[in-house]
Ligand binder design. Structure first.
Ligand code: PEP
Ligand code: MG
Length: 538
């Protein structure tokens, strides 16, 4: 037995096979080839192999996910045999004596730039397909793997996982995550908490291939992963799992009860979700509403943005499922650690301070309007509220409201039914917190994103594992801002909630209630426990 440790992101116990998630290193060697004929043959054989792989993925996607997603793979198969691309690769092989992998890599990059620079949104959106194809071909030529499919329950061991990596894995087979990097506030950690997946970040585990398929046990309470656990460890962890289950069962006593302190102070306990699949967790958790639906997760782990109808179906499903309880949907917050390559955004020096969230939506108005139209259509089916992320200035809120009104009017003109929507903002920049009074006069509600508010107030990258010890989520500067925000909201007679991870911090709950926060939105898994504690408070 060997063991490694790290920081817990979500507690709980898991037993499954270890699965090493290694991203292939596809660095190509630029050494010219001695025989172009051999390289041409290798390239043509690689096309056949890649096509066979794509055919398999196509069939699997069609069977398990749906026609629309499968079509993406079909498009890639067509691009794989596209004459221009083939000719360009062959020209590098014959003209420059490039080896096949070098020729594919070089041509793939050139075509990526070419597509990404086009104005036509459809053609632009093909840029990541070209990148995928050339990565696949390069991997075939270098004899490396690029696809990861989990066929059984697995403990994923990785260097780090982006939200797209996490979303592209089959969730029903993820028993636990153990990553070498990552921070407890990263989006992958947030997803793990929503999905109730025992997870450890910053683990001291090497990515050793021989760990693959070994029996693994994860103790998410202590932040330890055991490989080939011995009998004692297994017994202890099974006992711990039984205890977890008994604790969870004891929380059932507060299911359906109001969240109110003994002295009668009420607070709404809402859920944070990232997809329609998480609605199940909302009910299991007994949430009183949805306080944060991170809509951008609908846009990640795929090759093109979801169309208006697809978004409408997702928002409508949430609205209907909540049966009149409020569903707060946050508009697209792409950028920083949440990247969608098909949007073709340039790399930035400081992505957390860059073109993200509302800034990106203003740059790509079509994307924003499509989402707002889907939201207004869904609002006819339940109580939807919408909030805008990363607001720093009053003009941004005003611009958002104008675009929202335009989106609604366009639907009305087309005779499409719409519903009423409360329009609020996330307070997650110090600028918004300090101008909360002015913003409250024009917003319908506030929801504080403490993850980013902490990052920007303390000037600490929330993604950085190295800076964790400086990330004081109880820093007096942050607490002052939090108190100011709710006071400003109430002076303007609007409600205020907290939807960042701090909302679930047990040490803060009494203070948030005392300051008057109307809503705390947390991972659904925490709701019953919080309600029980709040009902025991004075
Ligand atoms: C936040 O910043 O606290 C928040 C809720 O948004 P996200 O974590 O998605 O950036
Ligand atoms: Mg945020």
């Amino acid at each position: 037995m060997i063991q490694f440790s790290g920081k817990t992101v979500f507690s709980g116990v898991a037993f499954a096979k270890a699965f090493l998630y290694l991203k292939a290193d596809l660095a190509v060697d630029a050494t010219p080839a001695s025989d172009s004929g051999v390289e041409l043959e290798a390239f043509r054989a690689a096309i056949k192999t890649a096509d066979g792989q794509l055919e398999e993925i196509y069939k699997k996607t069609l069977r398990e996910i749906g026609e629309e997603e499968a079509r993406i793979i079909d498009v890639q198969r067509m691009m794989l045999v596209d004459g221009d691309f083939l000719e360009a690769v062959e020209a590098v092989i014959t003209g420059e004596h490039g080896n096949a992998a070098y020729a594919v890599d070089k041509t793939g990059r050139q075509f990526y730039e070419l597509f990404a620079g086009l104005d036509d949104p459809y053609m632009k959106a093909r840029a990541p397909d070209i990148a995928d194809i050339s990565r696949r071909l390069t991997a075939v030529l270098l004899n490396k793997r690029t696809d990861f499919t989990l066929g059984e329950a697995s403990v994923i061991i990785a260097d780090d996982l982006t939200p797209s990596d996490t979303l592209s894995l089959d969730k029903k087979y993820i028993a636990a995550f153990v990553t070498r990097g990552g921070s407890t506030n990263s989006h992958t950690a947030i997803l793990a908490r929503i999905l109730k997946i025992p997870s450890i970040v910053q683990a001291d585990i090497p990515l050793d291939k021989k760990f693959n398929a070994l029996d693994a046990a994860v103790d998410g309470h202590e932040g330890i992963i055991y490989l080939e656990p011995d009998k004692n460890v297994k017994e202890r962890l099974k006992e711990r799992a039984r205890k977890d289950k008994a604790e969870a069962d004891s929380l059932e006593s507060v299911r359906g009860l109001p969240t109110v302190t003994k002295s009668g102070k009420k607070v709404e306990l809402a859920a944070n979700i990232g997809s329609v699949e998480d609605l199940k967790a909302v009910f299991e958790g007994d949430a009183e509403g949805i306080g944060l639906f991170r809509s951008e997760f609908l846009f990640l782990g795929r090759n093109s943005a979801p169309a208006e109808d697809e978004q409408f179906e997702a928002y409508k499903a949430a609205a209907l499922a909540l049966g009149g309880k409020r569903v707060v949907i946050r508009t697209l917050d792409i950028g920083a650690d949440k990247q969608a390559a098909y949007l073709g955004c340039e790399a930035e020096e400081n992505p957390a301070l860059g073109l993200r969230a509302i800034r990106l939506c203003f740059r790509m108005p079509q994307l924003f309007v499509t989402q707002l139209r889907a939201l207004y259509r869904a609002a006819a089916f339940g109580k939807i509220a919408v909030m805008f992320p990363m607001i720093a200035s009053l003009w941004e809120l005003r611009r958002c409201k104008e675009i929202a009104a335009e989106a609604k009017n366009s639907l009305i003109k087309e005779g499409i039914t719409t519903g009423e929507i409360e329009l609020g903002i996330m307070i997650e920049t110090p600028a918004a917190a300090l101008c909360a009074g002015e913003l409250a006069a024009e917003a319908d509600f506030f929801s504080v994103g403490t993850n980013d508010l902490t990052q920007y107030t303390l000037a600490i990258d929330r993604q950085s594992a190295k800076l964790d010890k400086f990330l004081d989520t109880h820093h007096p500067a942050l607490l002052k801002l939090l108190k100011m925000i709710v006071e400003s909201a109430h002076r303007a007679h609007i409600w205020a909630g907290i939807c960042g991870e701090l909302a679930a911090d047990k040490e803060m709950t009494a203070r948030f209630i005392e300051w008057g926060y109307d809503e705390l939105s947390v991972s659904p898994a925490f709701i019953l426990d919080m309600r029980k504690r709040i009902r025991e408070m004075e």
